[in-house]
Design a protein around this ligand. Structure first.
Ligand SMILES: NC(=O)c1ccc[n+]([C@@H]2O[C@H](COP(=O)([O-])OP(=O)(O)OC[C@H]3O[C@@H](n4cnc5c(N)ncnc54)[C@H](O)[C@@H]3O)[C@@H](O)[C@H]2O)c1
Length: 385
């Protein structure tokens, strides 16, 4: 079996490396030529990913090869795993354009007996709907009979992806029974498998995980506001309230990253579920809560240092980060804002249009969005807690 992994991003590259490490022959595909070249030369584009360096060096140009030519890859492989991004647009509607391109190429290279697995998190019904339609149209084959199609949600967390493949069962759901079984044959090589009834169930499992996190973060944010208003220390309350049956999440400036702020919209777009919608909207509004708090304590023109640009502290990723709209809001409010992030260089911060924070002692306030660095308590507002 020769497997292509389409999309060598934060999710796809660790997956390709883990499959190669299980002894299978992998061809990684990415449209980003520089990324492909770097990987081919043994360079790891995700240094924060524990263990990835070692796997790339061990397998590259052996049973892990890479290409920027999706059609040739589609023609030369008989299993195709797709893990490209799916964003939402300004109206919160999913933008399928990247996914459509990837499936069109696979369809054009498809052979009888091939298996295609989608790992990107998608609105329910996408695998047996849009993806199946594209593959059938481009290949002239019938899905579930001539070729097989399944969904297997990616459940990694950047930084810990490689260990998560072993810790978390790989959920697999086919558009028919045979498709689920064919997909499971691949994943069995490197992970525990859980075959579920169908591809829509597999899609919903991942969406539900994201919604669980978003709604619980929304609850934590609301509890933080309650605590603030009655003079209770939220962190202390949370520390002692949590036990086996109570898991109050961290409060903060909202939720970022490719995943959690995106998936609730897949459901909100389709049906009215007030708790999901309210959590999503309120989480996005947290930046205003914190801006108002800072404004109540400091006059316009005060020097504010913001620590944390990524959506979380140990990953260099700006997708849907709430830090950027928060910093822009503080600037609009008339504050003199300086920015630092342990994973971004001074030049990278300047190129994003911000002033780099270097002289911490000259700040009137340090707003700590990431919890990895400690600053003097008397000058620091810790938001992520
Ligand atoms: N990163 C995570 O922690 C994580 C966790 C769980 C699930 N996911 C899922 O994985 C998806 C991808 O996330 P990511 O973090 O890897 O994104 P990413 O932006 O890091 O990488 C995506 C890669 O796909 C490539 N690409 C785009 N179009 C392509 C095409 N037509 N053919 C081949 N390659 C193409 C891009 O060049 C890029 O390198 C997310 O949308 C989400 O559904 C990610």
């Amino acid at each position: 079996m020769k497997i292509s992994v389409v999309g060598l991003g934060k999710a796809g590259l660790p997956l390709a490396a883990v499959i190669a490490d299980s002894g299978l022959d992998v061809l990684g595909v990415d449209v980003d030529k520089k990324r492909v070249m770097d990987i081919e030369n043994g360079l790891n584009p995700i240094p924060e990913e524990t263990g990835l360096d070692k796997l790339i060096k061990k397998h590259i140009r052996k049973n892990l090869n890479v290409t920027s030519d999706p059609l040739t890859a589609a023609k030369s492989c008989n299993a195709h795993i797709v893990i490209v991004p799916l964003f939402i647009d300004d109206n919160k509607k999913p933008d399928f354009s990247v996914l459509k391109k990837a499936f069109t190429c696979i369809g054009q290279g498809l052979k009888k007996g091939d298996i295609v697995v989608l790992e990107t998190t998608v609105p329910t019904g996408t695998t047996k709907g849009l993806n199946k339609d594209i593959l059938e149209k481009e290949s002239g084959f019938v899905a579930g009979i001539d070729f097989f199609l399944a969904h297997s949600p990616e459940r990694i967390m950047t930084g810990h992806s490689i260990s998560r493949f072993k810790e978390f069962p790989k959920i697999v759901g086919g558009i028919n029974k045979r498709s689920g079984e064919k997909a499971a044959e691949i994943y069995r090589h490197f992970s525990n498998i859980q075959i579920v009834k169908n591809s829509t169930t597999a899609e919903m499992i991942k969406i539900a995980e994201g919604i669980y996190r978003d709604v619980n973060i929304g609850l934590a944010n609301e509890l933080l506001k309650v605590c603030d208003s009655i003079g209770v220390d939220f962190s202390e309350m949370r520390k002692y309230a949590n036990h086996k049956y109570c898991n109050i999440h961290q409060a903060g400036i909202g939720v970022g990253g490719h995943c959690i702020p995106v998936y609730p919209w897949f459901i909100i777009n389709q049906m009215d579920v007030p708790i999901i919608k309210t959590a999503r909207i309120e989480n996005d509004k947290m930046i205003y809560y914190w801006k108002d708090k800072i404004s109540a304590l400091h006059p316009k023109g005060a020097k504010i240092g913001v620590v944390g640009l990524s959506y979380r502290s140990d990953v260099k990723e700006l997708a849907y980060t709430r830090s950027i709209p928060f910093i822009e809001l503080l600037e609009q409010e008339g504050f003199d804002v300086y920015v630092a992030d342990e994973l971004f260089s001074k030049n990278e911060i300047i190129n994003l249009g911000f002033k780099a924070l270097e002289k911490y002692d000259q700040m009137d306030l340090i707003v700590q969005l990431h919890d990895s660095v400690k600053f003097p308590e008397n000058k620091t507002l810790v938001i992520q807690r």
